[in-house]
Design a binder for this molecule. Structure first.
Ligand code: GAP
Length: 573
């Protein structure tokens, strides 16, 4: 039964239409409508509302009940590992300060993204971990950092000016604009729109390289390109690096840097951008040189060109078997595919969401003899995460031809000069790796009622948050001393605002693996509480041992071996 109530707020009267309802045995009052400031007006409006409610097919009771049922249902459907869409991930990344649309205050720009205070840390940590495992921990690898704009002849030699061509297409049914490669364009009637299944109409070829003018005076300037891949700078510098770093084959040269492609349809957040970063290796061998490193027994879904052409499904197998059975043709390809997969898994990615897929005959780039992609099951399907191509001596040969310079090296055994072959080029976009780590660590915790980003501590943007339990001087003093001790080695933050629960959930969502709290005991016993993000377990650690402990737990050490577990669920009688 609905009734009118008057509320006096700061001396003014306000009238509302309320209703009492029994929910779960308890009587709850709900406000149905605001009715105005005078009784007369309120009674008139109330009569009208009640009349219209009666007319309504469903009673108010039914509607409220429906809402309650829906609420319960929604609670049930929140899964442990929340499968969120790419759009939801973009919203989360913006809300927490990972990624913003570039120039957002002006409406943004498709395909360009800015990394926020958490995003830049995650992206830097991905690069740091990659460099550590691919360059510093290997004796056969060195790195370089080439420039973004270089002599445009580089791109003529590499084939990018003439062969790096996509075909723009538009869906006849829904108007979806996208690109297909030249091979797909040749059989366009077979290619269907991924959005609506409609047929495509071709709109002509385009070269995705961005051009620019070098030189301020127009008549004297030359046309140049923003590099579409970092790789070419490795080839053009190959002889210098090989000699100066005193490399011996087999060996690799690595590089991390920006690349630019004027994509016709940038989409899926960081997945297909116009400006992005790549981590690339050109791995050189003497032709026919065998791989001296073992191929392991790690299992993965394998999808060869033959399987795809025969309409078969991908099959799970060991890398060693895929090579042994001749599915992966070279030991080098099997070795590098496994290494790249293991790098992701070692940093906490979900192995079940990976597969390797070989490019079919006409899909390969103009330079590639054989290409396998490490693919990941994104919310929008299986997609290329990292390409690993066998580029042979294509690039060095082209640069010899176009520059007229001798890029061969001397073989001590045969006393002859030869061009090394790039047997594998692992090439990974940081934006795509960023997405993998975000998707695989995004977890909605029903109990805590917040997202917990269970990202590997090595990748976590912030390693430790330091939280004095109250804002008292003596608590803050200890907190600041800990901050000063840790900040030279780790990215740590200090936060004293809000309830402790609110501060924990803020850090859960930022992926901070450890929170340190300073409480009354800390003053007496010179120790602190350290909370584990994933389990919310808490341990007491002596202040003098904090730095060493943080070092150990980030490297994978177990808090239960390093501190004293405490019971945080004390009953208050
Ligand atoms: N040097 C070889 C090369 O660039 P690619 O397959 O064109 O090969 C390698 O690109 C990797 O670079 C891809 O696997 C992907 O991770 C990343 N990548 C390519 N285009 C991208 C784009 N438009 N946006 C984000 N990442 C991209």
């Amino acid at each position: 039964m609905a009734f009118v109530v008057r509320k006096n707020i700061h001396g003014n009267n306000y009238y509302y239409l309320n209703e009492n309802k029994r929910i779960d045995g308890k009587v709850k009052t709900k406000t149905l409508a605001y009715l105005g400031k005078t009784r007369k007006e309120a009674e008139r409006k109330a009569r009208e509302i009640i009349k219209s409610l009666k007319k309504d097919k469903k009673s108010m009771d039914e509607k409220i009940e429906e809402k309650e049922i829906l609420k319960e249902k929604n609670k049930e459907t929140i899964k442990e590992y929340t499968d969120i869409s790419i759009e939801e991930m973009a919203i989360f990344c913006k809300r927490k300060g990972f990624v913003y649309n570039s120039g957002e205050i002006y409406g943004g720009m498709a395909g360009f993204w800015d990394f926020g205070h958490l995003g830049v840390e995650l992206s830097n940590n991905i690069k740091k971990e990659w460099w550590k495992s691919h360059v510093h921990s290997r004796e056969d690898m060195v790195g370089i950092d080439g420039s973004i704009i270089t002599n445009p002849k580089v791109w003529e030699a590499s084939g990018h000016v003439f062969s790096f061509v996509d075909v723009a297409v538009v869906c006849k049914k829904c108007g979806n604009k996208t690109k297909v490669d030249k091979f797909e364009a040749g059989r366009i009637e077979k290619v269907k729109c991924e959005k609506c299944g409609g047929e495509f109409e071709t709109k002509g070829e385009f070269n995705p390289m961005f051009t620019t003018q070098v030189g301020p005076i127009k008549e004297d300037s030359i046309k140049a390109y923003l590099r579409p891949e970092t790789a070419q700078l490795i080839f053009t510098n190959f002889r210098y690096v090989y000699d100066n770093a005193r490399l011996k084959l087999p060996c690799g040269i690595a590089q991390i840097g920006k690349a630019f492609r004027n994509e016709i349809a940038p989409r899926d957040f960081l997945f297909r951008a116009r400006e992005f970063e790549q981590m690339e290796i050109e791995y050189f061998i003497k032709p026919e040189q065998k791989c001296p490193y073992g191929i392991g027994n790690t299992e993965i879904l394998v999808y060869s060109a033959e399987m795809q052409e025969a309409g078969k499904k991908a099959a799970k197998m060991k890398f060693s078997d895929a090579y042994g059975k001749g599915i992966i043709k070279t030991d080098w390809h099997a070795y590098w595919l496994e290494q790249e997969f293991l790098w992701f898994i070692g940093l906490g990615a979900n192995p079940e969401k990976f597969r390797i897929r070989q490019h079919i005959k006409d899909e390969k780039s103009h330079y590639a003899l054989d290409t396998w992609d490490l693919e990941y099951r994104f919310p929008f399907g299986w997609k290329e995460l990292e390409g690993i191509a066998n580029r042979t001596d294509f690039d060095l040969k082209q640069h010899e031809k176009f520059s007229g310079k001798d890029l061969k090296i001397f073989d001590e055994d045969t006393k002859e000069k030869f061009l090394p072959h790039v047997v594998c080029e692992p090439s990974l976009g940081i934006g795509r790796a960023f997405l993998v780590f975000m998707f695989d660590s995004y977890f909605y915790d029903k109990k805590r009622e917040n997202v917990v980003l269970k990202i590997h501590p090595k990748l976590s943007p912030i390693k430790v948050a330091i939280l004095p339990i109250v804002k008292k001087k003596e608590f803050k003093k200890i907190a600041k001393e800990i901050l000063n001790e840790l900040k030279n080695e780790f990215n740590v933050i200090y936060d004293e605002s809000g309830s402790i629960g609110r501060r924990y959930s803020r850090q859960d969502e930022a992926g901070t693996p450890y929170c340190i709290t300073i409480d009354a005991d800390s003053l007496k016993k010179k120790d602190i509480t350290i909370r584990d993000r994933d389990t919310s377990e808490q341990f007491r650690i002596k202040i003098k041992n904090i730095k060493e402990t943080v070092r150990k737990i980030i490297e994978g050490g177990n808090l239960s071996n390093l501190g004293k577990r405490i019971n945080t669920r004390k009953k208050i009688s």
